[in-house]
Design a protein around this ligand. Structure first.
Ligand SMILES: [Zn+2]
Length: 68
């Protein structure tokens, strides 16, 4: 796991997309009830080369992705 993909983009680059993964319960809150749920994991992927740049389960970072 590296902090940049082969294009040299880091997780803050606009071409880098994030994919939030929710626990079953979080998914239920978020999808069925429309509540904001904190993902249990966020994966950062470059939209150009499709490389996974970073996977985080750091609560401080996950906090920023509530309901996204
Ligand atoms: Zn890339």
């Amino acid at each position: 796991m590296s902090d940049v993909c082969k294009c040299g983009y880091d997780i803050n680059h606009p071409k880098v997309i994030h994919k939030s993964e929710y626990s079953k319960f979080g998914w239920f809150l978020f999808t069925i009830l429309g509540l904001s749920a904190k993902p249990k994991k966020v994966t950062f992927i470059c939209s150009d080369c499709n490389q996974t740049i970073s996977i985080t389960s750091d609560p401080k970072i996950l906090q920023k992705f509530i309901g996204r």
